[in-house]
Ligand binder design. Sequence first.
Ligand SMILES: Cc1cc2nc3c(=O)[nH]c(=O)nc-3n(C[C@H](O)[C@H](O)[C@H](O)COP(=O)(O)OP(=O)(O)OC[C@H]3O[C@@H](n4cnc5c(N)ncnc54)[C@H](O)[C@@H]3O)c2cc1C
Length: 744
Amino acid sequence: MVETNSENPAKEFMSTLPGDDVRQIMWRFADRYDIQMAVQSARSLARGVVARLVAEGARSSHEWNDKKAQLLTGMDEMGLTTVFMDPDEGGFIDGPKNLALALVAFELSWVDAGAATCSLASNLALSPIHEKGTPEQRHEYMSRCVPPLPGEDRKPWRGAFALTEPLPYVGVDTGILSGRMRVKEWEEGKEPILQVEKRGRFITNMGFANFVTAAVDSDDPRIKGSAMVILEEGDPGVFDRGATTLKLVHQLSSTTDPILNLTVPASRIIGGYTVKEGVIIPNVNHSDMIEAVFRRTRAPVAVMSSAKLLSAIEPVIRYQRTRFRGGAASSAGSPRYDLGLQQKEDALQRLVDIWASGEAGASLGFAAVRLFDEFDPIEREKERVLGERGIKGGRAQMKLFKEMEKSVLEYLDLAHRPEGERDEARLAELASDPLVQFLIRDSQANVLCPACKLWNTGQAATMMREAVSLMGGYGITEDCPGFLGQKWTDAQLEATYEGPEAVQRRQLSITMTNEIFLAQFRQWIKDLRGIAGRRPESGACTLASAMELWLFTLGYLQKAKDADGKPLYHSQRHGVVFPFSDALCWLLASRQQILDMLELEEKGPGNPLLAEGLAGFVNFFSDLCHVQAARAAGEVGRICAELVYGYNRHPDWCRDAMEICFQGEQLDALECIIPGIAGYAKDTVEADGTHASKAGPCPTESLETFKLLRHRLDICLTGAHLAKDRAATAIANVMIPEALDYPA
Ligand SMILES: Cc1cc2nc3c(=O)[nH]c(=O)nc-3n(C[C@H](O)[C@H](O)[C@H](O)COP(=O)(O)OP(=O)(O)OC[C@H]3O[C@@H](n4cnc5c(N)ncnc54)[C@H](O)[C@@H]3O)c2cc1C
């Protein structure tokens, strides 16, 4: 479809909703047939068994039951249980599987997030074993969880991950464990036998789990520190699944408060142990274990929430279009009949916002899991190199990494200089250093993972409410098409489990100031300026300006003090660092959304099935990018302004500030100030690899610069609402199927 008028050049709209061809390119699995197979399997389970369970009311009970158990057999039959396993353990995907697992979670969550959680929780239970277990533990438990092959007579095992404890113990703070392990028997020359006690709270899969990976602390001078331990259903002692959690959400997953008190051999300590002077020392403590686990498992949860937003689009369009059909004033072919509620600008534009937000979240979440796919082998290589050098982690590792920061920054600098203007030999040397490559990915992962968990889930909970509201009263009924009401409330659990928002903000407030991350962030701003030159309508310019404002504000906050002389940027000062972390998330999501749109534009022509409609999709996604970038810029501007001005006291400071601001009012000043900003924001590595001075402008200059940056940001919103209008028109014109494909 092509719309032309004298003011707008020809602008092709998309004719259908984006399908697999588009998504495979945007989320980078067009050449992964193994992953495409997993996606198809998950989709058919979601839109078949899962959708029927929801439609038949299976969510109305808290208890795990035979009906819900169809999910487990369904996952086994569709091959989803084995997506987590390597081929030699019975799986079918070779290499890292973070993207594959996230896509499975996306498909299941498209219909019901509880079903997705049920799938993810077994992998979560296996994750400590997968990440840090001994080769024997890994082989044993991964193989047991694989469904039986034809001719085999055994049941696949399911697991639960037990960290959270009854109040007042483990929740957000995971340090103080009440779970305990003691030596029960230890005969000379034999394996020690442990007594392990663990009470859990809100433990997923507990209604049917055959084993539990439990975090416990030592209660015995013969055991040092904490660990995670594997507890099995058949171990001697108490394996009480406990009271069922009376959840309001995710009722297709099982959650209980188990009571476990079991006797197990010390070989169940995940990652093994060493004995030194009669003391058992677990090789991996529970904190390191959960860090390794959560940094991977949180990103698929983020993707789940975004799936729900995107799944809301089709049901809302259908509802809006058909809203007035059949009324006395509506006859086929009339705008009222054909467009229904889509005649109303607000109804359409709110849907644009929901769609843009879902796209941004999906882009950020999938970027995070792809990063982990890339990171997994690099991390293993890092461990090998450190092992060779006799560095076991802890302080020695931190010291080495601190020393290496200079080389990493040098590499990042060289990598972005034009060929011919850089030392190629040095670049090649640094490029082949596994530790340099590790530190770059690590700095990104330490930001992207908490960012997507925080932003996608929290933002989805807010935007799902918008989606529900667009369905009117139907939105808050159980039979709302697309189950939107359930998806809304479910989103709050995704924002809570595996660490609520405070946990992610806490992590971000530390990791986002890492110089290696910031050096990349500065480069991303430059890249976006380049993109803006080629594709001004993508919102890249808006985003780059918002990123500059954020970066400048970070420098300001790190130096500034409040009206009482207390430093502003401090990890315990949540009022500053938490909203500032949120601001970063808006930027990261928007950036990734733009990159995915560009990927579609670049790779789309290679797919003959897409060739015809590609321009329409690229135009539409570009408009959504612009809408989202403007929204992100608004949030970032607001948050930064609140933090910069909000810690000063009325009235004197305010009067001074006004004076400064009005002096710098001329727009011409923007031109003068931008080179200054570029200088401030440019890579801070000198030719000899040392850091340039990080001393920022004096407070007066800072304030003026801040004001100009903010002003420029406002101007950079140019065209954002035109993009929203175009996106709304595209939605009003897009073809949708006659009926939703679930429940079948
Ligand atoms: C349905 C469901 C399934 C779950 N599945 C599992 C599972 O399989 N395994 C498992 O181990 N756990 C599981 N959990 C537990 C979940 O991970 C925890 O509920 C979550 O981590 C929060 O802990 P909490 O409920 O104790 O909240 P609290 O620790 O009490 O925190 C409540 C709120 O207080 C604030 N807060 C707390 N501490 C801080 C701080 N240091 N700084 C700033 N703010 C803070 C935050 O706003 C936080 O959201 C599940 C929970 C539910 C509801």
